[in-house]
Every structure is written in C-alpha cells, then in structure tokens.
Design a protein. Structure first.
Length: 322
DNA sequence: TCTCGTAGCGAAAATGGGCC
DNA sequence: GGCCCATTTTCGCTACGAGA
C-alpha cells in the first residue's frame, strides 16, 4: 500500500542561531523539494505543493529496492555540476519534463540525486511527532545509498559558523539549522528550521523600470538593472521586483516618471517584448541589491532591493558591481 | 515544420489582512 | 503583538496552441 503525500515542513529565513547548542546544521541543497512515498514495490514522488512528479525522475525508482517497508521520505532532488556543486540551472532542464521520451533524452546530459534529510513515516507508523534527533537516527538505520542516485548526508551539531563558512567556500547556497528536539510540522513554516543563505551585496545602475500589476498597478513592478560593460557602455544584469516597501515604491515611481527618457541604454539586450514594456531613465542612479549568485546568462539571481545609494555616482560603480 | 506567445510550475521574498 | 495565509513580484524552464 503506497502511503499518501505528506506536505513538507518549511523553514524560515534568518541568521545563524546565537547559541549552537541544541541545533543541527546541514548544507542547503539548491534543488527542488520532493516527498517520496514508498510501499508495495511502488514509488510516488510529490512536489512541495502536492503535484505528482514521479515521471520526471525515473532513476529514483531505485528507492523501492532500498526500503523493505512502506515509508515516506523528505528530501531534495538535486543536479550536480561537474565540480560536484548543486546547479539549479541544470536541474531546470529536468524539472518540468513529463514525457518519457523527453526525460530519456534529458537524462543523458543531466542526472539527478535524491538527497534525503527526513523520515515522516515508517512501516505504517507516523514519525512526525518524534524529535528530529530520533527521526534522523531511524533514517540513518535505513542505510539508503544507491550509486549516486540517493544520498543521506550527515549533519553537524554545534559549530554552525564553521559549517556556514565551509558551505560558502564550496560554493553551496547556505546552511539550514534545525532544532534537534523539534517535531515535524507537515505543511507549516516553522522557526525550528532556519535557512541561512549566502548572499552577495552589489552596487548597480538603475536603467529603467517596469509597471506593476495587481496590487502594484499604478506603481513600479520591477527595476531594470545594469552594470558598466568596461567599454563605455552598459550591460543588462536583470531586474529586481522584491524588497520594496509601499513607501519606497511610491518614491521610486515619482522619481522615475519625472526622469523618463525615450532611448534605451540597453538596446537589444532584453527580449523585444520586455524591452517594449520598459520605461527608461538616465542610468545615473546607483542602487544596492543583494542576490544569491548569477544565472548562466549573466543575470543576478534572486535579487532583492536594498535601496538607492545617493552617496555614490555612476562613475564609482565597478563593472563587477563591487 | 517552425516560430511565437501564453500559461503553468518550480524556486524565492515582502507585505497586508484576519484572527486569536 | 504574533502568527498564518493570501497575494504580489522576480527568474528560468517546458508545454501547448495558433498561425505562418
């Protein structure tokens, strides 16, 4: 009998705990959250919001041979780059495939690994009421290892700062701190799990803006960002659409509409439909954003607005944005 | 058959409203 | 006041239908 989907517990974003005691630290895996339900020789894989994704990752059928009793596992499907780092861009080539022929083709270039970090049911027993410490012990007793397709990475107790620094050196996304005594709360965001991400702060130039929709109709939806290209021009480095308060949006809207210009400083660098929607401003204002890295086409990944930098002028912005 | 546009889904963060 | 949930935005990708 195949167990039913259990919605995964979610972490809050925050800082490392001030006191390491009672916390477990593990790397933050840059992949997609997947709950695996096993039983009767069958497997179902579910996304965070309860969509069935079994067909997208046929190689994970090895799980059925690893656990002798019905079980529900929580983990992350990850694609590793040749250096062994999780690469979300690679994984995106697999995420939405549903047809067997497409999945077969994509598997030649991108293999995935299921990184298991929690156990929610075992042999018909609900384990979510157990402390994390006990759930992990049961999980490790299952000895889930399969030829690079399944991993159960260990965790570190204490030394959260060391784990954080190590993940930064290794190019990982960050760490997750989990209270060892915490129970698993299905579908809930809990401060018993705290994700601490590595973020970079950069100074960038404001080149234009896109109108908002819905609640943000009549104000700014996103700000178009640029950096000097080192040859007297500018290169587009993406947009930022989050991190603003309503007050800041109103200020930016008033500022931008008063300065609008017809000419694009980034001609030909955005796709034509997007370029038609942009309202351009002179690229003289400097803003600070934080982001989690760069996409393959040299755009800022997951950029969050921090504010304008009136103390800086455009000539002080480094082509690397530092 | 190919291209283009749209929709949907994955990730994330911030805000505001409702409720206790 | 704090928590939870809904809603908004971003990017990157695939699926699919329409039209050339």
């Amino acid at each position: 009998m195949l167990p039913a989907f259990v919605p995964p517990m979610l972490a809050v974003t925050g800082e490392l705990p001030a006191d390491d005691a009672g916390w477990a630290f593990e790397p933050k895996w840059d992949g997609v959250r997947v709950v695996a339900c096993l039983g009767g020789g069958e497997l179902s894989l579910w996304s965070r919001v309860g969509n069935l994704v079994t067909a997208s990752y046929p190689e994970l059928s090895v799980l059925t041979g690893l656990v002798g009793v019905p079980a529900v596992l929580d983990g992350e499907v990850v694609a590793f780059d040749p250096e062994g780092r999780p690469d979300f861009g690679l994984l995106q080539q697999r995420m939405h495939l549903t047809k067997a022929v497409d999945v077969r083709r994509a598997r030649r270039d991108v293999q995935v690994t299921y990184v298991v970090f929690d156990l929610l049911q075992l042999d018909g027993h609900d384990t979510t009421g157990l402390p994390l410490r006990d759930r992990r012990e049961l999980l490790e007793q299952l000895e889930l290892r399969a030829d690079g397709k399944v991993q159960v990475p260990g965790y570190v107790t204490g030394n959260g700062r060391e784990v954080y620094d190590a993940t930064k050196r290794l190019g990982l996304e960050g760490v997750v701190a989990k209270r060892l005594e915490s129970v698993y709360r299905p579908g809930k965001r809990s401060d018993a799990w705290v994700k601490v991400k590595h973020v970079d702060s950069r100074d960038v130039l404001v080149a234009g803006w896109l109108p908002g929709e819905g609640r943000r109709a009549g104000t700014v939806g996103a700000v178009v960002l640029a950096l000097p290209d080192g040859h007297g021009g500018l290169r587009h480095v993406g947009q930022v659409g989050t991190g603003f308060s309503d007050q800041v949006l109103d200020q930016l809207y008033a500022m931008f509409t008063a300065e609008e210009v017809a000419d694009s400083p980034l001609r030909g660098q955005l796709d034509p439909a997007a370029e038609r929607s942009v309202h351009w401003v002179p690229p003289t204002r400097v803003a600070e954003v934080v982001h989690t890295g760069w996409t393959r086409d040299n755009r800022l990944r997951a950029a969050v607005w921090r504010g304008l930098r009136p103390d800086l002028d455009a000539t002080q912005v480094d082509p690397d944005g530092r």
